[in-house]
Ligand binder design. Structure first.
Ligand SMILES: Cc1cc2nc3c(=O)[nH]c(=O)nc-3n(C[C@H](O)[C@H](O)[C@H](O)COP(=O)(O)OP(=O)(O)OC[C@H]3O[C@@H](n4cnc5c(N)ncnc54)[C@H](O)[C@@H]3O)c2cc1C
Length: 397
């Protein structure tokens, strides 16, 4: 994701600007076993920056979705909510895209557009003291010793952002004591583009459709239980998986690596600092219950790129405090709202209370019977509601 903002910046800013991505992972083979639900707005961003065509062939549209709420031992899982149809005519509300190929496509596009790529981490940064007026530039030091002068540093270095820590920006939030086990399965019968979210007492168990009769699994458990399951021999792991997956798609086979990701809600107290902007998980980490983390990061990307390009066109300094303030105002409220929504969903569903189960099932049943409300939820989840940045509308900057 680090690379996503740079393609559009490189193309829109013109020759007077240089855009560099420094990431130690750039020269490593990606080994992320996850796939992401890329919502309609994020798909438009990838179209606008010329990346979508490279992944479209393997992108699986989500054509409908079912939500169930039951105990693991229940023989039947009643369906409480179904979503089908498009976010807008002809536009599925999301596509499932595997992270590895998406990352490769972004990198290839960055190379094509002339972004400078450095396979090294950012080790330090400080206001440049030589050859520039006070506070006008940053001196950025890369691991390995190279030093770069920059008007703006964008921290996209993930949940444990060293850049954020070095800038003294604290985060607020908590761990849920849950982990998400991720793997890929192949099955006998086709899923027909259906995504399933089964709310089980330990947390959601999601079956997300991929091309070629495969699905990506995001399976939430209490952290210790996730560790136990992850360490099981293949046959026992398969048995645990099948208890949750069921047999509705025929026999299943695990065809990808298994990995667990700890889950938390963490939001940075500020999204900006002097000549610094935070984007993606460096700014916010949310529960994957709604598959929105990367999509939120892409919204940061679109808002920041638009802010920078608008400033540069007016002859303003793209790293100036007033310019960065615009980005922060644009993104912070939306981020808090999504953080609260995913936190509430997780608390409501990840528990064993029968009283809560009854009330949430009544709520889900009501939403299911109100097509207007359902359509609003779909458009919201697809990122098409609110103050949508140009790139997420598929427009050039
Ligand atoms: C189980 C699971 C399922 C998910 N499913 C979805 C989904 O369906 N849809 C969705 O929208 N979101 C989803 N998410 C969330 C999504 O995966 C994250 O929000 C997204 O990967 C964050 O991307 P990022 O680039 O900000 O951070 P990361 O992916 O963590 O990347 C950080 C990058 O920074 C680099 N880096 C580290 N240190 C430095 C340094 N010092 N200098 C330079 N570079 C550095 C790293 O090498 C890495 O490349 C899911 C998350 C989980 C855990």
């Amino acid at each position: 994701m680090t690379v996503a903002p740079t393609c559009s910046l490189r193309e829109s800013l013109g020759a007077g600007f240089s855009v560099t991505v420094a990431d130690p992972a750039l020269d490593k083979t990606p080994n992320d076993p996850r796939a992401s639900a890329i919502v309609a707005a994020a798909q438009r961003l990838f179209q606008a920056i010329g990346v979508w065509d490279a992944v479209a062939g393997e992108a699986q549209p989500i054509l409908d979705m079912v939500v169930t709420d039951s105990r693991l031992t229940d023989a039947v899982r009643p369906v409480f909510l179904t979503f089908d149809g498009d976010a807008e005519p002809g536009q599925p509300f999301a596509h499932m895209v595997e992270n590895g190929p998406l990352h490769a496509a972004l990198l290839a596009r960055a190379r094509e557009t002339g972004v400078v790529l450095r396979p090294a981490g950012i080790a330090e940064f400080a206001p440049a003291s030589i050859g520039s007026a006070e506070g006008q530039d940053l001196m950025v030091g890369l691991a390995g010793g190279e030093r770069l002068r920059a008007r703006l540093l964008v921290a996209a270095d993930g949940a444990r952002s060293g850049i954020r820590d070095r800038a003294g920006i604290a985060t607020r939030g908590w761990n849920y004591g849950q982990s998400a086990i991720v793997t890929t399965v192949a099955h006998e019968r086709d899923h027909g583009g259906r995504a399933e979210e089964h709310f089980l007492p330990a947390g959601p168990f999601a079956i997300l459709p991929l091309k070629h009769c495969r699905s990506s699994i995001v399976w939430t458990e209490h952290a210790a239980e996730a560790e136990r399951i992850l360490a099981l021999p293949a046959r026992d792991f398969h048995a645990e998986l099948e208890r949750r997956f069921g047999l509705h798609l025929g026999e299943i086979e695990v065809v990808g690596p298994r990995r667990a990701y700890p889950i938390g809600l963490w939001i940075a107290r500020a999204f900006i600092g002097p000549r610094l902007a935070l984007i993606g998980d460096a700014a916010h980490v949310i529960h994957p219950i709604a598959g929105q983390g990367l999509n939120m990061g892409l919204k940061d990307v679109a808002a920041l790129a638009e802010t920078i390009v608008d400033a540069a066109r007016l002859g303003l300094d793209p790293g100036a405090a007033a310019v960065l303030e615009r980005y922060q105002r644009w993104r912070r409220f939306d981020t808090m709202a999504m953080g609260v929504a995913t936190d509430g969903l997780n608390r409501l569903f990840s528990n064993r209370s029968d009283v809560l189960r009854f009330s949430r099932d009544v709520g889900l049943g009501l939403v299911d019977r109100l097509p207007g409300l359902k359509q609003l939820f779909i458009r919201e989840a697809a990122g098409l509601v609110g103050e949508v940045p140009k790139l997420l509308k598929g427009e050039a900057l």
